[in-house]
Design a protein around this ligand. Structure first.
Ligand SMILES: [Fe+2]
Ligand SMILES: [Fe+2]
Length: 232
């Protein structure tokens, strides 16, 4: 199946509004992929397929959870959570998408996880900041996504958690773990491995590099990492 054939099939599956949202997520994901040097074709495809299971009914979603040995705890969560991981297996079965990176990005778009791949981050965020989203944090998170993907993830997960708690919804643990991971990670300060000795001896000092570190305050305790160690 080529991209156009997949797009035609997705169009038939999704109600008009959901399909239009999907196309805006595709555009947003492609822009993010270009900006952050991700695989644009994978971003386009993952975005196109991310909500393909949204119209499926809850009973069918739960059958997928059992049949494909997904996390059994998912059975306690609503379709808003389930449609991601279910689509992760559905797109292989129905569209022949075997690419693990695409499957993971689709599966995790509803709750994120720790240490997401670049593609997972892009799909998660594109879904949150496509321009017709109505939530009050659209402008802020869109702006942050332009210079710091991880901080944009942290903010989008934070606002999602606050929304879910306010509405007495259950929190799938992966979302909370995702928040902790990006919240803590954000308090890392990085420097180049080659400067390690000079920094440890006090000959050189670490300075704030850009806006992504501008929130550090006097007295903050930060984890110091070398870029070469930091694979994220
Ligand atoms: Fe979704
Ligand atoms: Fe979506």
């Amino acid at each position: 199946m080529n991209f156009n054939e997949i797009q035609e099939k997705v169009k038939q599956i999704l109600p008009t509004k959901r399909y239009e949202h999907t196309l805006r997520v595709v555009d947003t994901a492609v822009k993010l992929a270009e900006k952050y040097n991700a695989n644009v074709e994978k971003a386009r495809l993952a975005a196109l397929l991310h909500d393909v299971c949204k119209p499926m009914d809850e009973v069918e979603m739960k059958k997928y959870v059992i049949k494909y040995n997904l996390d059994i705890k998912l059975l306690d969560y609503p379709t808003e959570v389930l449609h991601g991981p279910v689509a992760g297996v559905y797109i292989e079965k129905e569209f022949g998408i075997a690419d693990e990176e695409i499957k993971l990005a689709v599966a995790n778009h509803t709750f994120g996880r720790t240490n997401m791949s670049l593609l997972e981050k892009i799909i998660f965020l594109a879904d949150y900041i496509e321009p017709a989203r109505k939530h009050p944090h659209l402008k802020e998170v869109t702006e942050v996504a332009d210079f710091d993907l991880d901080e944009a993830i942290r903010l989008s997960v934070k606002y999602t958690l606050v929304y879910l708690i306010d509405n007495d919804e259950r929190i799938y643990p992966s979302l909370l773990k995702c928040y902790n991971y990006y919240n803590i990670k954000n308090y890392q300060v990085g420097f180049k491995e080659k400067n390690k000795e000079k920094i440890l001896s006090g000959e050189k000092i670490i300075t704030i590099r850009n806006k992504s570190e501008a929130h550090f305050k006097k007295g903050d305790i930060l984890e110091a990492v070398t870029y070469d160690d930091n694979t994220n």
